[in-house]
Design a binder for this molecule. Structure first.
Ligand SMILES: [Zn+2]
Ligand SMILES: [Zn+2]
Length: 571
């Protein structure tokens, strides 16, 4: 997207000049990008130090290759692929990706009145049509923007967004970026081609594409009949990627970009298919939020909005959203009913329980999906949850040892679906009034559901009373691909190389003891500015925490110290 000249927001120079925080880069050997090796960590920099390093590298490279005009995107593109495909030249570059804007600052400046510019990603996040806004906890890069510092040939390898979400990338300043994109309709063709091209890599690591460390030349994809598009993004321009659109690319020199995910209602169907892929496909990947929680919460929110302003449903846009949400809920309900009934027939116990807090959503012990509406536990390991698809997996215990825990009852889902019918259906004043009444009943119930745990575990009547499951055999197979608007084919976006840490990796939770040791280690290392994720992981090796975990804890620690200092300053 190329906005009109003069429309761009001010560059946030204040945040850029605040150059106290350090980050670790990813070290990339450009000449061996097609080998799919995991990137090592590079050096540590502040933003200013990174800029100086990147610019010095560009100058050196320009001297070594006087034959390439660094301002000619086509010439740089040829040089890049020569390196990747022929290894004629070697290049080691560092990418400053996935930097939390809360720590490193957003690139979007405010106007003279201190107001955020309309393009500021904060606005996108809170936009009524962005379904991700109902995800209550912060997931950096997903619900919160990330900053990316690039240099000549710094590369983002082929990937799709988590949960097949859309993404928006803005290039604040610096050199251009070359992008390649594959429309969502060709996602499977892309995966098959990647598998065929580098079979050895896929054997070693079936999730290679999700590690974002491999680059298949676009020419090879085109030869295999995969549709690939290409663009060069200049500063001040946006790139949008649509659901399940694979994308990759590289920078032409030092630059600063910012990116965030979003979920338009048209994404919902892809979001559900992503979950299916996570739980059944060969591309194993962790869910980072519970899709069903998002859908039911979005439905509640829309029911609430419609209840307050019944006229809204006359709007075509709102009607379309509401009907899409309703259909999504109907599909979810139908799947749930089939699974629940089948498990009851197999003799599992049933309990109706309070839904946990969002932070406590856990992945299935067997697959990478994050079930929400109901889960199965077994007495042999009560802390582990199973999705309904894997209810009988992971141990040999009998069905009677297992319990189906229902967090949202069918009737509640049906109520929501009914309330969303008003989206298409309100014709008369009486209908509207009825909608409001039904809606308030729903909201009250929502409020009750969210009240502090009343905890009595209701045991449902005997299994026999559950109606037999409808015969539907296509539970696991995703619906046929629905191709998004053709404009999607020309749109793709930036996202860094290493994945943000998926929520469900088996990693240690921070206990009070670990936190105490962490704080001591920070002090020993010379305070929050001197400490790094790497050094902390070494210092805390007895606790078996990862470098990423330490880095993220360190960021939080810095924020806490900063906000304490701010609070003291205002006193
Ligand atoms: Zn599962
Ligand atoms: Zn068991």
């Amino acid at each position: 997207m190329i906005p009109p000249r003069g429309a761009a927001p001010r560059w946030n120079g204040e945040a850029w000049r605040r150059d106290d925080a350090r980050f670790e880069t990813k070290l990339q050997h450009v000449h061996s990008l097609s080998e799919g090796r995991t990137f090592q960590f590079g050096k540590e920099y502040t933003k200013g130090e990174y800029e100086a390093m990147a610019k010095a590298y560009e100058e050196r490279w320009a001297k070594e290759r006087p034959d390439v005009d660094a301002n000619d995107a086509n010439a740089l593109e040829r040089a890049f692929w020569d390196m990747v495909e022929t290894r004629s030249e070697q290049a080691r570059v560092e990418y400053g990706n996935d930097l939390d804007t809360k720590i490193f600052g957003t690139g979007f400046g405010v106007d003279e009145n201190g107001e955020k510019h309309p393009w500021d990603f904060e606005h996108l996040y809170s936009h009524p049509l962005n379904l991700l806004r109902v995800v209550e906890h912060d997931i950096p890069g997903l619900t919160k923007p990330w900053l990316y510092l690039g240099m000549l040939f710094a590369t983002f390898c082929w990937h799709v967004e988590d949960h097949f979400l859309c993404s928006l990338n803005y290039l604040h300043r610096g050199a251009a970026k070359t992008w390649y994109g594959v429309p969502g309709s060709d996602a499977e063709a892309f995966e098959n081609c990647a598998r065929a091209t580098v079979p050895r890599l896929f054997e070693q690591a079936p999730d290679i594409l999700h590690q974002i460390v491999t680059i298949v030349p676009p020419g090879v994809l085109v030869d295999h009949g995969v549709k690939v598009v290409h663009t060069v993004q200049q500063p001040g321009e946006f790139v949008v990627t649509f659901p399940r659109a694979y994308h990759a690319g590289f920078s032409h020199g030092f630059n600063v970009a910012e990116a965030v995910n979003f979920g338009h209602v048209n994404w919902l169907d892809f979001g559900r298919r992503a979950i299916d892929v996570y739980s059944t496909g060969s591309f194993k990947r962790n869910a980072v939020f519970a899709h069903h929680r998002l859908v039911s919460r979005a439905a509640e929110t829309f029911v609430e909005v419609l209840g307050k302003n019944a006229r809204l449903v006359k709007s075509k846009a709102m009607g379309a959203i509401v009907s899409t949400l309703r259909k999504e809920l109907e599909t979810i309900l139908s799947d749930e009913e089939i699974y629940r009934a089948s498990l009851v027939r197999r003799g599992l116990n049933i309990e109706i329980v309070q839904a946990p807090n969002e932070d406590d959503d856990a992945c299935c012990i067997r697959c990478k999906a994050m079930p929400f509406l109901s889960v199965v536990r077994c007495k042999c390991l009560p802390t582990a949850v199973r999705c309904l698809r894997h209810a009988m997996d992971a141990c040999d215990c009998a069905a009677g040892e297992r319990t189906l825990e229902i967090r949202v009852v069918d009737s509640r889902l049906r109520e929501l679906i009914k309330a969303l019918f008003f989206g298409d259906g309100i014709q008369t004043k009486d209908d509207a009034a009825k909608a409001r009444v039904d809606f308030s009943a729903n909201v009250n119930r929502v409020a009750v559901n969210r009240a502090p745990p009343p905890k009595p575990k209701v045991v449902l009547p005997k299994p026999k009373t559950v109606k037999p499951p409808p015969t539907r055999a296509v539970l696991a197979s995703p619906p046929p691909a629905r191709i998004v608007a053709s404009k999607a084919d020309d749109a793709f976006t930036a996202r860094g190389l290493p994945r943000k840490r998926a929520k469900c990796e088996t990693r240690r939770r921070w206990t009070a003891e670990m936190v105490a040791d962490f704080e001591v280690a920070v002090e020993r290392l010379g305070g929050v500015d001197a400490a790094t994720g790497k050094k902390l992981a070494e210092a805390l090796s007895a606790h078996d925490v990862t470098r990423d975990q330490c880095a993220s804890r360190l960021q939080k620690h810095r924020e806490k110290i900063k906000s304490n200092a701010d609070a003291r300053a205002t006193l």
